[in-house]
Ligand binder design. Structure first.
Ligand code: NDP
Length: 243
């Protein structure tokens, strides 16, 4: 029970990696607030998966790209101490550069990067008062190695790493750490649109020769979110099977 009575906010905590993290933190005693953009069905599914831990789960609809919605979330939280924020909400809108609409560029940046900034701004204010906190971003190896069609996604994920490195320097003296976890290919709905041939090719490219599991990413998030990781700050932990 590493997170007994700790409040943990997980953006995009209702599906995929976020859902696995929500369930993992609940199983270790945390009070989990899982946010989502609009898929009520997936949120209700998480509620039923939580089982006996359901009384420690709060589900909140909040689009991280909308400043007013994020502000409303932090206003509602008020003085309740938040121990962990996981900036996990993320989307892809892939296209080769000449075919990439400005809207697809902007919506990916607004969700993955600006959303993380808006959520973290509220968290920093809350955590400074407690002199304790853990802020995590779920970035991607795209930021490091690049993928065709992902200039928007890659820029947003590299931006999360840059934000992390600067923010950790602002808050380290207050007992707050800011780190990234960088998952490789993980079987979630985010990859549902990839054609089977490409999935095969990607699997071959992973030294581990398989895609990762959401639970394997959750385990890394939990380590960096734990008290044990107090001296790890401003870094990126790759959970990518060797990519
Ligand atoms: P999924 O598509 O399975 O789930 C995305 C979650 O984010 C959902 O809960 C969704 O809510 C939420 N979300 C999306 N947009 C917003 C928004 N604007 N505001 C609030 N919540 C939002 O994605 P994954 O679990 O696969 O991905 C999670 C994170 O991991 C992302 O940041 C992704 O970039 C990153 N990642 C994923 C990899 C993978 O292979 N799967 C690899 C590397 C990184 P709703 O259900 O309401 O739509």
């Amino acid at each position: 029970m590493r997170f007994s009575n700790q409040r943990v906010i997980i953006s995009g905590g209702t599906r995929g990696l976020g859902r696995a993290a929500s369930l993992a933190f609940l199983s270790e005693g945390a009070l989990v607030q899982a946010t989502y953009r609009g898929n009520e069905e997936a949120a209700e599914e998480l509620r039923s998966l939580a089982g006996d831990n359901v009384e420690r789960l709060t589900l909140t609809r909040c689009d991280v790209s909308q400043e007013a919605e994020v502000q409303a979330l932090w206003d509602e939280i008020g003085d309740q101490p938040i121990s962990v924020l996981i900036n996990n909400a993320g989307i892809r809108r892939d296209a080769l550069m000449p075919l990439m609409d400005k809207a697809d560029w902007q919506t990916v940046l607004d969700t993955n990067l600006t959303g993380g900034y808006l959520m973290s701004r509220g968290a920093v204010k809350n955590m400074m008062a407690q002199r304790y906190g853990r802020i995590l971003f779920v970035t991607s190896p795209t930021s490091r190695i690049g993928f065709q069609g992902q200039t928007n996604y890659g820029a947003s994920k590299a931006g999360q790493i840059g934000l992390t490195r600067s923010l950790c320097k602002e808050v380290a003296s207050r007992g707050i750490t800011v780190n990234c976890v960088s998952p490789g290919f993980i079987a979630t709905e985010l990859l549902d649109d990839l054609p089977p041939e490409l999935i095969k090719e990607y699997k071959k490219s992973v030294p581990a020769r398989r895609f990762g599991k959401p639970e394997e990413v959750a385990a890394a998030l939990m380590f960096l979110a734990s008290a044990d990781a107090a001296y790890i700050n401003g870094t990126t932990l790759e959970v990518a099977g060797g990519i």
